[in-house]
Design a protein around this ligand. Structure first.
Ligand SMILES: C=CC1=C(C)c2cc3[nH]c(cc4nc(cc5[nH]c(cc1n2)c(C)c5CCC(=O)O)C(CCC(=O)O)=C4C)c(C)c3C=C
Ligand code: FE2
Ligand code: FE2
Length: 337
């Protein structure tokens, strides 16, 4: 029998790990941002408004106005290797590959934009991965992030005659490994600051408030993350006040409160002059941390009277972050390796 080149019969079975994050445009241009936003905001898991109502708003208004504004924001954080979210997710996958060794194939993909999940899963399958752990890199579960990544995995599997076995990494917000990694990495960064912050503001990406009432656990998982991180830091930073807020409001509906912008203003107006901000809902720095928090957040805080401001990095490829990722993944691979 002649087998086509690359047919799985001729390749030793392998285990694969696919890291998935949200996605980002290919370039900081209105055209590329428009393409990305169209895919992202057309996902009914993200915008839960009936298509008949949403599509005219999306195509008639948002996709004509927002790409230009967002491209300007992306241009301010774009690095030599591209968008921070893509650069960091790639580096996380490369780091994990080194940590796990070549017996396990590690790849990365984005839910929207490139590299898309479909072609990467196909590559892993063609390389002989009969067992794949798909790890959406969101510590907290939400339908708009975790669920849509798993939906897309399902769609890709639907198109395969010979499917790999799959597992998915559960949300890890309150996992002691995650809390310890955040504690160690935030403590390291706080100690390196040229000032002593009075407040550490933990800012999470927002969601429409009604998703909470519809049963999305995201809000509770963010709050619990903040409580656990605060408790974990208390021993080493006894005078540090921990506050929590939600950022990146999109559209006119009410989102989870308090809003980060309002909180920064209220804290500065209330007499807080030295503040650090961190985003423990993001596994990698991105537009929302580097532009919205580090650039615009600083402006808001300083305009309201704040004097010292620092935006701390996400776990990214820090020692603590990578050790956590390896431990979470190894645990999930139990029985497969
Ligand atoms: C970390 C969890 C995230 C949740 C929850 C989330 C919900 C959510 N987001 C939008 C709309 C936008 N988000 C945008 C960027 C963006 N969002 C996340 C993560 C979550 N989103 C990340 C990591 C990023 C950054 C992407 C990057 O390229 O760096 C954007 C695009 C940028 C912009 O134009 O502002 C939009 C739009 C909604 C509507 C939503 C929940 C329903
Ligand atoms: Fe978002
Ligand atoms: Fe934003």
């Amino acid at each position: 029998m002649n087998l086509p080149a690359g047919h799985p019969f001729v390749i030793a079975p392998r285990v694969g790990v696919l890291l998935v994050n949200l996605g980002t445009p290919d370039a900081p241009t209105p055209k590329a941002v428009r393409r990305y936003l169209k895919e992202f905001l057309s996902d009914p898991r993200v915008v839960e408004i009936p298509k008949l109502v949403w599509w005219p708003i999306l195509n008639g208004l948002i996709l004509n106005v927002r790409p230009k504004q967002s491209a300007h924001a992306y241009a301010q954080v774009w690095g030599p290797d591209g968008s921070p979210l893509a650069t960091i997710t790639k580096a996380q996958a490369e780091g994990l590959q080194t940590q796990l060794g070549n017996g396990i194939m590690v790849r990365w993909a984005m839910r929207y934009g490139n590299p898309a999940m479909g072609p990467v899963l196909a590559e892993m399958k063609a390389a002989g991965c009969e067992r794949i752990l798909v790890a959406p890199l969101y510590p907290q579960y939400s339908a708009a992030t975790t669920a849509t990544a798993i939906d897309e995995l399902g769609r890709q599997l639907t198109a395969m005659r010979w499917q790999p076995s799959t597992r998915t990494l559960p949300p890890y917000y309150d996992d002691p490994l995650h809390v310890a990694a955040l504690r160690d990495d935030l403590a390291r960064q706080l100690r390196a600051l040229p000032f002593v912050p009075e407040v550490l503001l933990l800012s999470f990406h927002g969601m429409p408030e009604r998703t909470l009432h519809m049963g999305d656990p995201y809000h509770c998982q963010c709050r619990k993350t903040a409580r656990l991180v605060g408790e974990a830091l208390a021993a080493d930073f006894p005078g540090l006040r921990i506050e929590t807020s939600f950022q990146s409001r999109f559209g006119r509906a009410k989102w989870l409160e308090p809003y980060t912008e309002d909180t920064l203003t209220a804290l500065a107006k209330g007499g807080v002059t030295r503040l650090a901000i961190a985003a423990p809902g993001f596994s990698a720095d991105c537009l929302e941390t580097r532009e919205e928090l580090a650039i615009r957040g600083r402006e808001v805080f300083e305009e309201a009277g704040g004097l010292e401001f620092a935006a701390l990095d996400c776990l990214n490829t820090s020692d603590a972050g990578m050790a956590m990722l390896e431990a979470l993944v190894r645990r999930e691979l139990g029985g497969w390796i």
